[in-house]
Write a protein that binds this ligand. Structure first.
Ligand SMILES: *Cc1c(COP(=O)(O)O)cnc(C)c1O
Length: 502
């Protein structure tokens, strides 16, 4: 399988190169040149790992079966995931079920991709005979940071630097990141919001002088954000697996269509659902759910993507995003793979913060995506109502999706709601919704949630309070590249660094 750029600005490359590069040159994201079909879309595999092999093999055709197999086994096992099935499908009623994607080490769905992506990257580096020290740069709205830190921790030949918005993540998210161990992990608080972090990281990636300087030290930057294909393709797997589980549980007849409802931020998760649909999985509609930062819902309604608006901090911080990077991949497909038009829209976006797509592209998008949003005032009510109805406890992100489903669902087909975080990760908001209690710290909230919700405490938050803080760096948005260079200088002077490249 070869990969091409959404902006027509890069020669086609193998998957291993797309994964080591992360981004295609000056803007542009790698996408598969053709979309493979699922050999038999209705096969029900005996376990998640088998589905992973079946779905991933055609995308990573330059990986041997043994390489892919070892990546899958290292990523998805009883030590990394606290659920025998890796992901779990929980029916709520005959019309709706929840796909729990948060049984990994950090309690958010990003673990599913970030446990395997570092394995891909190591294999890809070996394949491309890449002896440089890879510095993974991550901008995080909260969950990616910790999941990437855990995935890349102590991987030889790789260091990881995470930028998060100071004050823009939950207390638990912050503690998870700043207490991370490992000799190759670096965490920096940025005085700005997530979009500032993401734009800062993008600017670093497109700074040729910085790349040259790192090159002198035998270092190169790469990304673990969902702009990296190696991060995106593992997410297709759980759509295929969820469908198989739904059939197995008699929620859906084999071959009958389903809807997926996806709490959306950077558009990575829902894009994987789109790819699964393109591969032949019987998905009728994808419901794209936004929180109060409803730029995507407005875009689907009007065809105008407009960042010139207020940015809100919400109780679903991992969806507090104004620039959804992976939308570019989706628009590339919806525009008939017109790289020139994509380039036009996205240069318009960087100039004026806004672009308008043509009516035909908009119509193609709306054929199978329904977009909705839920404001902050609805989230607690949805959490409480579901708990009273079925006993199930949503986290705040999943609750936003459930609210959008209440608005847009038509009950003609079974809907699978992607649940992206354990409620324990956001207990400070989930508990008041359930019981009306407002303890003054997260730890008490966790204990009280355990008592009220009667679900086991996720191991990602157990013991977090006792762990020492190891990362205290903070910087202004304008100084992100400066801080990065400081960190890289330390890495290159580290006694072990010489060995890294050889
Ligand atoms: C990252 C994240 C999302 C948004 O997913 P995208 O792929 O960025 O759309 C939603 N919920 C949670 C809990 C997340 O961590």
């Amino acid at each position: 399988m070869l990969y091409i750029s959404t902006r027509d600005n890069h020669p086609a490359v193998q998957s291993s190169e797309a994964i080591t590069l992360g981004m295609a040159g000056d803007g542009g994201l790698f996408v598969p040149r053709e979309m493979p079909g699922l050999a038999n879309p209705l096969t029900i595999d005996s376990n998640y790992q088998e589905t992973a092999r079946r779905v991933l093999a055609p995308f990573l055709s330059d990986f041997s079966a043994a390489e892919l197999g070892s990546a899958i086994d290292n990523a998805y096992n009883a030590e990394t995931f606290n659920a025998p099935g890796i992901v779990e499908l929980v029916p709520l009623d005959p019309h709706r079920s929840v796909l729990e994607l948060w049984h990994g080490p950090t309690a958010a769905f990003k673990d599913v991709a970030l446990q395997i992506m570092p394995q891909f990257m190591q294999i890809a580096k070996d394949k491309t005979n890449n002896k440089t020290h890879t510095v993974i740069l991550v901008a995080t709205s909260g969950d990616t940071g910790k999941a990437a830190l855990e995935g890349f921790r102590d991987k030889p030949g790789i260091s990881i630097v995470v930028f998060y918005p100071a004050g823009g993540v939950s207390e638990i998210q912050k503690l998870q990141m700043v207490t991370t161990g490992g000799g190759n992990t670096h965490v920096v608080a940025v005085e700005g919001n997530f979009d500032d972090c993401q734009s800062g990281v993008k600017a670093i990636f497109s700074d040729p002088a910085l790349a040259r300087e790192l090159g002198v030290h035998n270092m190169a930057l790469s990304s673990a954000n969902s702009i990296n294909w190696g991060r995106l393709c593992p997410q297709i797997v759980y759509y295929v697996r969820a469908y198989g589980l739904a059939v197995q549980r008699n929620l859906v007849k084999a071959g009958a269509p389903v809807d997926f409802c996806v709490p959306t931020g950077n558009f990575g998760n829902i894009l994987a659902g789109y790819y699964a649909r393109r591969m032949g999985l019987p998905i009728r509609r994808l419901i794209c759910a936004s929180n109060r930062n409803r730029i995507l819902a407005d875009f689907f309604a009007s065809g105008v993507y407009d960042c010139n608006r207020e940015f809100y901090r919400t109780s679903s911080p991992s969806m507090d995003i104004l620039i959804s990077s992976n939308l570019e991949r989706f628009l590339f497909e919806m525009s008939g793979r017109d790289g020139k038009r994509i380039q036009g829209w996205f240069s318009e976006l960087s100039k004026s913060g806004r672009y308008a797509i043509d009516p035909q592209t908009l119509a193609s998008m709306k054929e199978f995506i329904a977009a909705g949003w839920a404001g902050e005032e609805r989230v607690p009510g949805v959490i409480r109502a579901e708990f009273e109805r079925s006993g199930y406890v949503f986290d705040t992100h999943t609750a936003v999706a459930a609210a959008a489903l209440d608005d847009l669902g038509d009950r003609k087909v079974h809907t699978i709601i992607d649940s992206t975080a354990s409620p324990y990760k956001f207990s400070g908001d989930v508990l008041p919704a359930l019981t009306g209690e407002h303890p003054d710290n997260e730890w008490l909230s966790i204990e009280r949630l355990h008592a009220a919700g009667k679900i086991p405490i996720h191991r990602a938050v157990l013991g977090l309070r006792e762990r020492p803080v190891r990362h205290t760096r903070q910087c202004a948005v304008a100084n992100m590249s400066g801080v990065l260079m400081e960190i890289c200088a330390k890495i290159s002077h580290h006694p072990g660094a010489k060995a890294l490249g050889h």
